[in-house]
Ligand binder design. Structure first.
Ligand SMILES: [Mg+2]
Length: 219
């Protein structure tokens, strides 16, 4: 039976050299008048909904999430028009090619779906994914794996093993919370030692260096 392989986006599939955070800051400035609103707020491995809640706590105010989301989407698209800001992580295209017929491939990300589309579109990766679990599905990332599994089943994608590929301790925690497996990559926001301390099933420096081990793990 094919495994369900769920990719995180930021730091796993691609990097945007800070464009995501800048666009979020732009959006909070535009909607609420707050400067550098995400400063001091945990971003890596969070969800866009959770970031909005955390920024609200920081300012002691209620965030207009719909307005921030709308502004963010415009701003992130603008910033990623500069293609030098988008970098696909090493080995991503090769891995997606290699597992295409051998796994059910989808996204599991803290991005809003439309934001995921903008980022992946800028990287030439959007067409590689037909579906996913997104920030709209849950504020807490740890709830996303059961949602992704249920969504796979409704699409007729039968699987026993779900494997998350991600770059932060939050990806490892999310996999454990949903009784899934996890491959940690050191291409993003997670400190390698901290990732190791979370005991992922496999940890690789990047998907190119670790290609053979990742393929072996996926079976
Ligand atoms: Mg990430």
């Amino acid at each position: 039976m094919k495994p369900l392989v769920l990719f995180d986006i930021d730091g796993t599939l691609l990097r945007t050299r800070g464009a995501g955070r800048e666009a979020m800051d732009d959006a909070f400035l535009e909607v609420h008048g707050w400067k550098k609103a995400t400063e001091g707020v945990h971003i890596g491995g969070s969800t866009d909904g959770r970031i909005c809640l955390d920024v609200g706590v920081k300012y002691g105010a209620t965030v207009d999430v719909d307005a921030v989301k709308a502004a963010y989407l415009v701003r992130v698209a603008e910033r990623l028009e500069d293609k030098t800001r988008v970098e696909v992580c090493p080995g991503v295209f090769e891995l997606l090619d290699a597992i295409g017929g051998r796994a059910h491939v989808a996204l599991l990300t803290g991005n809003w779906e439309s934001g995921a589309a903008v980022k992946l579109g800028a990287a030439g990766l959007w067409t590689a994914f037909e579906w996913g679990a997104y920030a709209e599905d849950a504020v807490d990332r740890n709830h996303l794996l059961p949602i992704a599994r249920a969504r796979a089943r409704t699409r007729g994608l039968h699987h026993e093993r779900a494997v998350i590929i991600g770059d932060t301790p939050a990806d490892v925690a999310c996999a454990r919370a949903g009784e899934g497996h996890v491959i940690a990559v050191e291409t993003g926001f997670g400190d390698p030692e901290e990732l190791r301390s979370m005991a992922p099933d496999l940890q690789v420096s990047d998907l190119q260096q670790g290609f053979a081990r990742v393929m072996n793990f996926l079976g």
